[in-house]
Design a protein around this ligand. Structure first.
Ligand code: IVH
Length: 654
């Protein structure tokens, strides 16, 4: 029997390649450029043809075929992905003066009269990393903590504006890593909520929640039903020729077929940036997607390199945000919440109100002075505002003529959680309960386990609350004593999730010094200061040994931080918790490289050894002191430290 020539596989391969190419071309026109050339009918015809042929020749199906966007079945969990380069965050400013100051700083540091800036909208979605190899989309991940994210490739593949296959182009490098934002257009958001309401399902509060929820759930078939879009605003890594400017790099992404922001602009000076910001603020409400400001980036890449980065953000870019949206509502009650530092924060419980797409039912009143200054009382009408992810804020009270008002708010004289006495320090009131106050304990543990600290997955607010409530955890070291049996007594835990939590706790036993210091929740030691301390002192023992005088030698460490660090580490309870943690196997990583800038904590200190020490000759003890360079608190602790094997690692460079 004779076969028709196009039935033979080589011809079929050509036909398949041709159909795929046509579909890709139309996808690009429709989803990326929004300029379709063919009717939906014609597009569907091509797509159906491709599906039919692939069904007939399953061996010829390729992973980058347009029919293969949606994977088969749900996955168990997302694997972790270490980013090629850290996905940094941005410092944000609201005032024109701060933008001027940014420009002044840039010009001064670059010794230039004028600096060119590339400006783009600040998309309000979820930041993602996309990796292409040989033009094929091979991996996509969430930002995570900036260093490590989650592999969400299967979900990202379902986004139609994300090309699975880049366009053939002479300039296309073998491997590129691109950063972009996944978001939802407002009409699609409204339509999605309409459909959900119709089906009696819960609706989403804002488009951003849809984007992050859809990308972080395990069934790609569900993600495929969500009309997500992506736009790319940075080429982070490329195996090809480097680009001399941000503008050129992003423009080139478009020639490879990637969607890029259409509303971007190259500004020759900061004045033009101001105009762009103004212009976008005016257009904001008419745009079909949510933006919360603009991003201002030094255009020249060699300038970017010269400016470098801080711990979590580049020095060469800022987010210039829009003034937050404001709405009116009523105060139902004013309650007091106790934070991890023991500070009491008055919180206003509000009649729920939607501000910029998010329903708000609580707002912080910061401190007692603020409540008095704004004169906010129960029953008052107030203006609330929301700025991005920041906790909603009460801007002011709106007086209503002839209203009868409640009495002014008074701070309780006892902690509402543990009933310990409340003391005042400046405008802040503190609960004196410290270790007995479960609110402080919960806050401290949540912070210790949080993403930028020890990143213990599964140890969220609810679990921490139960652990504290059942007295299973009374200080941080208790985390490392928890058993599977104990976890199983907690609500919401079964064998598997219990094992997962235990293994997450186990994995947290070798934290970096920076994360550990941040996690301890020392007053004034945020992630930036923690990083400085880690780099300067290299080991936990060295930080613990540092005096205020020595800390003050470190650039960016002022008296407040120095005092707070020393107070924390001289507090016997804190030292005891740290020693117990070590006993339980927590080994804080040391930084072994010293670029010569380190402070030597015990430089200039004199030790006198008298009497005997069990197990040590005088020579040994002398050597160990030199190695340890530890501030000796008392003899018991000293001999304890000398006997600890983990101390062996401390370098001798003093
Ligand atoms: S650039 C090192 N450009 O804003 C440069 N970010 O607040 C870092 N974002 O996590 C990012 N639109 O998710 C950049 N045009 C834009 C952006 C943008 C939105 C997000 C991004 C980032 C966050 C920082």
């Amino acid at each position: 029997m004779s076969r028709l020539p196009f039935d033979s596989p080589p011809d079929i391969q050509v036909r398949l390649a041709d159909l795929r190419q046509q579909i890709r071309h139309h996808d690009h026109l429709y989803y990326v450029l929004s300029t379709p050339e063919v009717s939906d009918f014609e597009y569907d015809r091509l797509f159906t043809k491709l599906q039919e042929l692939e069904e007939q020749y399953p061996a010829l199906v390729t992973p980058d075929s347009p029919t293969q966007r949606v994977g088969g079945s749900p996955i168990d969990q997302f694997s972790k992905v270490k980013h090629d380069r850290a996905l940094l965050s941005l410092d944000s400013v609201l005032d024109v003066d701060d933008v001027q100051a940014f420009d002044t700083r840039m010009r001064r540091e670059l010794e230039a009269d004028q600096v060119q800036y590339a400006v783009e909208p600040k998309f309000d979605g979820l930041s993602v990393e996309l990796v292409y190899e040989e033009g094929i989309f091979v991996r996509g991940s969430t930002r995570g903590d900036g260093v490590t994210g989650e592999d969400i490739t299967v979900n990202l593949r379902t986004i139609r504006s994300l090309p699975l296959h880049l366009q053939q182009h002479a300039t296309l490098p073998k491997r590129i890593v691109v950063r972009g934002e996944v978001y939802l257009r407002l009409p699609d958001f409204q339509e999605l909520n309409r459909r959900l309401t119709e089906r009696g399902e819960e609706t989403f509060a804002n488009p951003r929640n849809v984007a992050s929820g859809s990308l972080r759930q395990l069934d790609p078939r569900l993600t495929a039903t969500r009309p997500l879009v992506v736009t790319c605003y940075d080429l982070m890594v490329s195996s090809g020729e480097p680009f001399s400017s941000h503008w050129e790099a992003v423009s080139t992404l478009a020639t490879w077929g990637l969607p890029i922001p259409t509303l971007r602009q190259l500004c020759v000076s900061i004045d033009e940036v101001m105009v762009f910001h103004q212009d976008m603020a005016e257009k904001r409400d008419q745009l079909p997607f949510e933006i919360d400001g603009i991003v201002v980036k030094v255009n020249d890449r060699s300038f970017q390199d010269r400016l470098g980065e801080k711990s979590r953000s580049p020095r060469w870019a800022i987010a210039f945000k829009f003034p937050p949206r404001k709405e009116l509502t009523k105060v139902r009650d004013i309650v007091v919440s106790v934070g991890r530092t023991g500070a009491l924060t008055p919180i206003a419980l509000l009649d729920p109100v939607e501000v910029g797409g998010v329903t708000i039912s609580r707002a912080t009143l910061h401190n007692v002075e603020e409540v008095a200054r704004k004169d906010v009382r129960v029953g008052d009408t107030v203006k609330v505002e929301r700025a991005g992810d920041v906790i909603p804020d009460i801007v002011e009270r709106v007086p209503i003529p002839n209203e009868t008002r409640h009495a002014p708010f008074v701070v309780p004289d006892h902690c509402p959680v543990c009933e310990s006495a409340v003391v005042q320090e400046g405008p802040i009131y503190y609960c004196t309960g410290q270790t007995v106050c479960s609110a402080q304990l919960k806050g401290g543990i949540e912070h210790f386990a949080s993403k930028n600290a020890l990143n213990i997955e599964g140890l969220g607010r609810k679990t921490v609350a139960q652990l504290v409530h059942q007295h299973l955890v009374q200080d941080l070291s208790d985390l490392y004593r928890i058993t599977q049996e104990q976890i199983l007594t907690l609500e919401g835990f079964a064998e598997k999730s219990g094992t997962q939590l235990l293994s997450a706790i186990e994995q947290s036993k070798t934290p970096s010094l920076e994360r550990f210091l941040f996690g301890l929740g020392i007053h004034h030691v945020g992630s930036h200061v923690a990083k400085i301390l880690a780099n300067q002192f290299g080991s936990l023992d060295n930080v613990m040994a540092a005096t205020e005088e020595i800390l003050l030698q470190v650039h960016e460490i002022g008296p407040e931080i120095a005092h707070s660090v020393v107070t924390f580490f001289t507090e016997p309870r804190n030292r005891s918790v740290l020693i117990q943690m070590k006993d339980l196997g927590v080994t804080v990583e040391e930084i072994s490289v010293d670029d010569g800038t380190r402070v030597k904590p015990l430089a200039g200190k004199i030790f006198v050894l008298t009497g005997g020490l069990a197990g040590y000759t005088r020579q040994d003890a002398k050597q160990r002191i030199e190695q340890l360079r530890i501030q000796i608190v008392n003899e018991k602790e000293f001999s304890y430290l000398l006997n600890r094997s983990s101390i062996e690692g401390i370098r001798k460079d003093g």
